[in-house]
Design a protein around this ligand. Structure first.
Ligand code: SAH
Length: 188
């Protein structure tokens, strides 16, 4: 399913065991989501990879992620992009993500404790935006903070059956394609 060589190489550079809770280290290399506390999860590796592949990240890109969680997704994207901003509402998880990224010696990711539905105007516009929680609809602020020719990947709908959307901004138009059904924690 993952055919993009750059994406595969980024995946191989990150140790998932550094992004899971200490009692789950032996499970880190199974292809499953795992609890990270606060009713949240680190996503299944296959899902992370498929979403990153859909995002078509280039070396010069500034990427925004909504839902830092463990920081794992941001860590992989940090190997593909110039800079990654990742937003998290739960303060303890923002700290967890920050520490995990530090332990992996990653310095081009900034973790910000804030409501991601507003986006991050301070660093906008972004070439790419990735949302890692199920949204009831696409937040307009995120579309507004996307560069022309930008792409946003976002699961939309019911948390237990949300559709993965890839939205391409072309001038004032948005072209949407659908990429299957997934389960995600809700975007709150
Ligand atoms: N990308 C993460 C997994 C994300 S789980 C990883 O690689 O581990 C989804 C995360 O989105 C949770 O941590 C949850 O707290 C966060 N979240 C939910 N709603 C949010 C919002 N409005 N703004 C920012 N983060 C949010």
């Amino acid at each position: 399913m993952i055919t993009n060589e750059r994406v595969l190489s980024a995946f191989l550079q990150i140790s998932r065991e550094k992004f899971v809770n200490s009692d789950a280290v032996t499970l880190a290399y199974q292809d499953h989501p795992l609890p990270i506390g606060y009713n949240q999860t680190i996503s299944q590796p296959t899902t992370v990879m498929l979403m990153i592949q859909l995002l078509e990240i280039e070396e010069s890109h500034i990427v925004l992620e909504i839902g830092a969680g463990s920081g794992y997704n941001a860590a992989i994207m940090s190997k593909l992009a110039r800079k990654v901003y990742t937003l998290e509402t739960i303060p303890e998880l923002a700290v967890f993500a920050k520490n995990n990224l530090l332990c992996s010696q990653i310095s081009n990711v900034e973790v910000i404790h804030t409501d991601g539905k507003q986006g991050y105007q301070e660093a906008a516009p972004f070439h790419r935006i990735m949302v890692t929680a199920a949204a009831s609809e696409v937040p307009q602020n995120l579309l507004a903070q996307l560069e022309d020719q930008g792409i946003i990947v976002i699961p939309v709908g019911n948390p237990y059956g949300c559709e993965m959307l890839k939205i391409h901004k072309i001038g004032k138009e948005f072209k949407t394609s659908k990429h299957g059904l997934y389960s995600f924690v809700p975007l709150v």
